[in-house]
Design a protein around this ligand. Structure first.
Ligand code: IMP
Length: 195
């Protein structure tokens, strides 16, 4: 039996993220679309999960539809999990954020890190329909390398490989990323419960 198609608002203002999400969910029958104009959530949560709920509820309220949000970031073990939920605001530009992280980590031998992604699916009344998480393990490179992806990709060496996420193709990254792990679990839930 053929599945129904479903449109779900994806609570982001970042077109690269929407592109990644739609690449990962290709063939699932789900199309993720941007929230309406005016989407401007204030991320006051203290965890990835809380912030993903805040974003999803804001987008669901604005659109009147169910909405999915992710909140993600890079957690570095030797820096007590920083930049964590502050990943996007660690410094002014993506390059400055990379430089700051490399400088802060320089005194440490332990370069273990993980990308974390929390996803929450919320209805327009604020009820959580489902939540999932994904983690991707690796370590921080000494120098940046690669031009694909975004954010901290050029300094994140994926566990079991010698390449940074920014040296991987979009397709390779989407097989192992924190976001794809969380999203694939969410897609399974949506297919089993909402389609
Ligand atoms: P969010 O949009 O509030 O979830 O912020 C996530 C921030 O974490 C981004 O702006 C990046 O700095 C970082 N981040 C999350 N996922 C990735 C990734 O897949 N690659 C590189 N950086 C990421």
């Amino acid at each position: 039996m053929e599945n129904n198609k479903i449109k779900i608002v994806f609570a982001t203002g970042n077109p690269h993220k929407l592109f990644e999400i739609n690449e990962i969910s290709k063939g699932s029958g789900i199309e993720f679309v941007l929230p309406p104009a005016g989407f401007n959530p204030v991320e006051t949560g203290t965890t990835f999960e809380q912030n993903s709920y805040i974003k999803a509820f804001e987008a669901a309220k604005l659109s009147g539809n169910i909405a999915l949000a992710d909140d993600s970031g890079l957690c570095v073990e030797a820096l007590n999990g920083e930049p964590g939920i502050h990943s996007a605001r660690y410094d002014d530009t993506p390059q400055k954020r990379i430089d700051k992280l490399l400088a802060n980590l320089a005194p440490f031998g332990n370069r273990k890190a993980k990308f974390v992604c929390a996803m929450t699916l919320v209805d327009s009344n604020g009820k959580t329909i489902n939540k999932e998480t994904g983690e991707c393990y690796g370590e921080i490179a000494n120098v940046q390398s690669g031009h694909h992806g975004f954010g901290y990709d050029p300094i994140f060496i994926v566990e079991g490989t010698k390449t940074t996420m920014a040296e991987m193709s979009e397709e390779e990254k989407n097989k192992i990323s924190h976001r794809s792990i969380a999203l694939n679990k969410m897609i399974t839930f949506i297919k089993n419960n909402l389609m």
